[in-house]
Ligand binder design. Structure first.
Ligand code: FAD
Length: 365
C-alpha cells in the first residue's frame, strides 16, 4: 500500500499546526462521544466506525478532553453544550502518522494524473508532484497498482484520467462550505470556566476553544482557535490567491486581524461576565495566524454512496487489465459538523472491507 498525500504531513482536515509557540487543531476539534454512546445503546446503529474509535481509545490514541463547552451569547454562557468528547493525543496529526507506520507514506506528494493504459504491463501508473526537498517539484511516476482509492472529493479532476466519469461526476457534484480558522496565542490564560464555546449571534465567529486545555498540551502556551461562521467564510473566501504568494499572505493577514478583533472582544466580555477575579494584564493576542479551508464541510452525501459509504467503479485497459477505483471520505456518509471524523473513518473502513472481500473472492477463483 502506498499513500500519496499532497499535504506536508498526513491528516488532511484532521491535522495539527505545530510550532515553537504551541499546537492548534485547525480542523477537527474533537470526536463526539455522547452520540457514540447513544448508538451503542441502540445496538442497530453501533457500527464499525464506533468500534474502531473505541479500540483506538483503549490504545490511548484518543482520550477525554475535560472541561465545559458552552453556548456563548454576548460573552455570557447561556447554556451548557456538548457532553463527553475525545481528542487525539498528543494530537490528530501525530495519531495519523502513527496509524500509517506500516504504509509507504509519500507526504508532500500531490497526485496530478494517472495512466490506466497498462503501458508496462504492471497496472496503473500514478503521476505525482513531490514538494519534498530531495525530489525538487518534478513530476514522477510509480506503477504497479490494481486498486486506486481517491480519498478527497477534490481529486475528481485526476479521476478523469482513470476513465471513471460517473464516479468523478458524483464526487464533483457534492457541494461544500468553506471555513476560516484563526490560531492565536494569548498573553495569559483568560479567567473563564469553559474550554470551548459555540458562539451565538456573532457575524464572524461560530466557535472558540482553548487548545492548551487539551490533554498532553503545554498549559502555559495559551493557544486558542476560533472558527468562522459560514456567512463570514462565504463572504471572505476567494480561491484565487495561492498560498505562499504575497497577495495571499496579505489577504490572510487581513482575515486574521478581523477574526482576532472578534475573538478578543468575546473573551474579554466572557471574562467580565465570569464573576472571577482577574489577576494580571488586560487580555491580549500575542500571535495570530489564519488558515483557509476552501472545502471544509461537505453539504451533501455523494450520490451512490448512501448505503455503501464509498463510490466504486472499474476501468479496463486496452490490454484487458481491470483496475478498481474507489472514492472515500466524509462526503460519503451523512453527518453533522461534529461527526465528520467518524464519517471519514466509516467510509474508509467500509472501503477496506470491500477491497479485502473482492481480493479474497478473486483468490478463490
Ligand atoms: C474547520 C473544521 C472543523 C472541523 N471540526 C470537526 C469536529 O470537531 N469533529 C469532527 O468529527 N469533524 C470535524 N471536522 C471535519 C473533519 O475534519 C473531516 O470530516 C475529516 O477530517 C475528513 O476526512 P477525509 O479523510 O474525508 O478528508 P480529508 O481530511 O480532507 O483528507 C483528504 C486528504 O487528501 C489529500 N489530497 C487531496 N487531493 C490530493 C491529491 N491530488 N494528491 C494527493 N493528496 C491529495 C489532502 O491533502 C488530504 O490529506 C472539521 C473540519 C474542519 C475543516
Amino acid at each position: 500500500v502506498t499513500l500519496f498525500d499532497g499535504g506536508r504531513a498526513p491528516g488532511g482536515r484532521a491535522s495539527t499546526r505545530e510550532g515553537r509557540r504551541g499546537a492548534w487543531e485547525h480542523g477537527a476539534r474533537f470526536v463526539d462521544v455522547e452520540r457514540e454512546r447513544e448508538r451503542e445503546r441502540d445496538d442497530d446503529d453501533d457500527d464499525a466506525a464506533d468500534a474502531w474509535m473505541r479500540d483506538r481509545a483503549r490504545e490511548g490514541a484518543f482520550v477525554r478532553w475535560e472541561g465545559a463547552v458552552v453556548a456563548l451569547r454576548g460573552g455570557r454562557a447561556v447554556k451548557k453544550r456538548l457532553g463527553a468528547r475525545r481528542t487525539a493525543t498528543p494530537s490528530f496529526g501525530a495519531v495519523a502518522k502513527a496509524l500509517l507506520e506500516k504504509v509507504d507514506l509519500r507526504a508532500s506528494a500531490r497526485v496530478v494524473g494517472f495512466d490506466a493504459s497498462d503501458v508496462d504491463g504492471a497496472g496503473v501508473v500514478v503521476k505525482y508532484r513531490s514538494a519534498a526537498p530531495d525530489e525538487g517539484g518534478e513530476t514522477r511516476s510509480m506503477s504497479g497498482f490494481d486498486v486506486v482509492v481517491l480519498a478527497d472529493k477534490n481529486a475528481a479532476n485526476v479521476a478523469d484520467a482513470l476513465g471513471v466519469e460517473e464516479l468523478a461526476r458524483a464526487m464533483r457534484e457534492v457541494p461544500s462550505v468553506p471555513s476560516l480558522v484563526l490560531m492565536v496565542t494569548l498573553n495569559r490564560a483568560p479567567a473563564i470556566e469553559f474550554v470551548g464555546a459555540e458562539i451565538e449571534n456573532d457575524d464572524a465567529l461560530s466557535w472558540i476553544s482553548n487548545e492548551s486545555s487539551k490533554p498532553s498540551r503545554r498549559r502555559d502556551a495559551n493557544c486558542w482557535v476560533a472558527h468562522s461562521t459560514d456567512a463570514y467564510a462565504r463572504a471572505k473566501v476567494n480561491l484565487d490567491t495561492r498560498p505562499g504568494t504575497r497577495e495571499h499572505d496579505a489577504w490572510m493577514d487581513a482575515v486574521a486581524n478581523e477574526m482576532s478583533e472578534s475573538l478578543l472582544r468575546i473573551l474579554r466580555e466572557a471574562e467580565a461576565n465570569a464573576d472571577v477575579d482577574v489577576d494580571g494584564a488586560p487580555l491580549e493576542i500575542t500571535y495570530a495566524r489564519a488558515h483557509r479551508w476552501g472545502a471544509a464541510f461537505p453539504a451533501a452525501v455523494a450520490a451512490g454512496a448512501e448505503k455503501s459509504k464509498f463510490l466504486r467503479a472499474t476501468s479496463t485497459s486496452p490490454t484487458g487489465r481491470v483496475t478498481t477505483v474507489y472514492a472515500v471520505g466524509d462526503y460519503c456518509v451523512e453527518h453533522d459538523r461534529f461527526g465528520g471524523f467518524r464519517a471519514a473513518v466509516a467510509s474508509g473502513l467500509a472501503c477496506a472491507e470491500d477491497i479485502l472481500a473482492t481480493k479474497s473472492a478473486r483468490s478463490k477463483l
